[in-house]
Ligand binder design. Structure first.
Ligand code: ADP
Ligand code: MG
Length: 493
């Protein structure tokens, strides 16, 4: 299992009283499959319905009901496996994982244990726009979600809502390849992006559609792996990072005091900033896994895999490489754009037939900056790609200056309209008429004879004149023309 063990970068090590410690992290991600119906029944998966309104006899585990596999969930798992560069197992087995919980009426979860639908894979994780690591995927299997116990509806009773019971989940298990909280966060971010591109999970962590079990251990650099603790159901990327750091420090404290780590399941409490024990770690044999006798092994042809493969969308790594090559973007800009498919699409609509770098600059710095400020995403942008492209064109043609373009951006954002027509109607055109610019410059020079003397001694003073002229022209004077004429008039050229 440890054939390709990564070593942490020295800067990732934690200083303890007894020397440096390395954090080792492996993640199990539960991702809700995007599908209309549940894994083994026809009930709807829609979120937010009345409690117990999407529950078939199968989901409620009525005696004698038989599960029937939902083929769309199988296709989604295969698509995901392909997106993770993973081995697709054309034969897999559903097992019963037995345990009691009030929100699990079957008394077992149908899952996959020894023969999962997807085997080993690998993803490239962007720790920064220019620094990547490879993280191994151990497996991906399909399983049922449980229902939900409601403890806050009645003073003396608990209720159960089975709407989620039987919804398909993909459990995606990483190798213990991650070495810091930042790497763990970057891994989940990348995995979420890939799932969203594939359309196999919406990645909505607030709704619980993507959640992580975070396995953490510590070791002295080069030593064998330590005993891990598993922090269950962490539901935000920020909390994943916090849980890793808090748990690693707890373990280091115990080890440095001469204690040992008990393998256990813990919970992260963000309000207290601590993890606490939930239960000692259960072993696989505690669950009495056995093949579900109601389901045949899941088998499909290579033709299905091939058909799904050719229909995959362009994935984030390929898109990033293409944006860099095709539009001359920096890795940083390309990384920002590909984080969401819709962002990259918007950029490409603006960049089509225009200068790629200028388009990226306006899309990322102005548009995304503004959207962020208002808490909107690009699909809710009040400004279309055509409108923003129109502004980029006007700058490129020298019709408006970069400064006026920002004013124009505000107008289009707030009022809508065609940028070119607005520039025309509101007299925002840049003044390139050198006669007019000269006139303004002469006035500024005449009004400031002392400054003229200073500028002759100290040419960097010319910048002050540029500012005055721009101000006097309402920001509309062409800056290149201003610079040139000023230098001549001040005798600096
Ligand atoms: P289980 O079902 O018992 O949780 P899995 O094999 O499904 O076991 O998942 C184990 C997870 O723990 C994997 O993500 C793996 O990378 C991670 N892991 C295994 N050993 C360690 C370790 N020593 N430290 C940190 N993570 C580990
Ligand atoms: Mg586990």
């Amino acid at each position: 299992m440890n054939a390709h063990v990564r070593n942490a970068d020295p800067k990732q090590l934690i200083k303890g009283a007894t020397g440096d410690w390395e954090i080792v992290i492996g993640l199990e991600i539960h991702a809700q499959v995007t599908s209309q119906a549940k894994l083994f029944s026809g009930s709807s998966t829609a979120f937010g319905a009345e409690p117990n309104s999407h529950v078939s006899l199968v989901d409620a585990a009525m005696p004698g009901m038989l599960p029937v596999i939902n083929e769309e969930c199988v296709r989604q798992a295969v698509r995901t496996g392909l997106g993770l560069n993973a081995q697709i197992n054309r034969r897999s087995v559903f097992d019963r994982k037995n345990y009691f919980y009030p929100d699990l009426p079957q008394g077992y979860q149908i899952s996959q244990y020894k023969s999962p639908i997807v085997g080993e894979g690998e993803i490239i994780v962007d720790v920064s726009p220019t620094e990547q690591i490879k993280v191994g995927i151990e497996r991906l299997h399909l399983e049922q979600d449980a229902g939900k116990s409601l403890h806050d509806q009645h003073p003396t009773m608990s209720f159960v809502d089975l709407n989620r019971s039987g919804v398909a989940l993909m459990e995606i298990v990483s190798r213990p390849d991650l070495r810091s909280a930042d790497e763990a966060k970057a891994y989940v971010t990348k995995l979420r992006t890939i799932l969203r591109y594939l359309g196999t999970c919406d990645g909505d962590m607030e709704k619980g559609n993507l959640r992580a079990d975070v396995n953490v251990s510590v070791r002295k650099p080069g030593a064998p792996f330590g005993t891990r603790c598993e922090i269950k159901n962490v539901n935000s990327i920020r909390f994943i990072g916090q849980a890793v750091d808090v748990e690693a420090r707890r373990q280091i404290g115990i080890l440095e005091d001469g204690g040992k780590i008990d393998q256990e399941t813990r919970l992260y409490d963000p309000s207290k900033g601590e993890t606490r024990s939930m239960r000692s770690k259960e072993e696989a044999h505690d669950y009495r896994y056995f093949p579900d006798p109601d389901l045949l092994p899941l088998e499909f042809d290579q033709a299905l895999v091939d058909a799904l493969k050719v229909a995959l969308p362009e994935l984030p790594d390929a898109k990033k490489a293409r944006l860099i090559a095709q539009y001359g973007l920096s890795p940083y800009d390309a990384a920002v754009l590909v984080a969401e498919r819709e962002q990259a699409d918007f950029f490409e609509a603006v960049a089509k037939g225009r200068d790629g770098k200028a388009a990226a600059n306006w899309v990322i710095n102005e548009l995304f900056g503004r959207l962020n400020k208002e808490g909107r995403d690009v699909t809710a942008s009040p400004m279309s790609a055509d409108q923003l492209g129109g502004i980029v064109d006007l700058i490129g043609e020298g019709v408006i200056s970069g400064k006026i373009a920002k004013d124009l951006f505000e107008i289009v954002w707030n009022e809508g309209g065609d940028p070119r027509a607005l520039v025309e109607a509101r007299g925002m055109k840049q003044v390139t008429d050198t006669g007019a610019i000269e006139k303004v410059i002469d006035e500024v020079i005449a009004a400031n004879p002392d400054k003229v003397e200073q500028a002759k001694a100290k040419p960097s003073m010319a910048g002050w004149f540029v500012g005055q002229v721009m101000k006097a022209s309402g920001g509309k004077a062409n800056p290149a023309a201003v610079n040139e004429i000023l230098a001549r008039k001040l005798g600096l050229s």
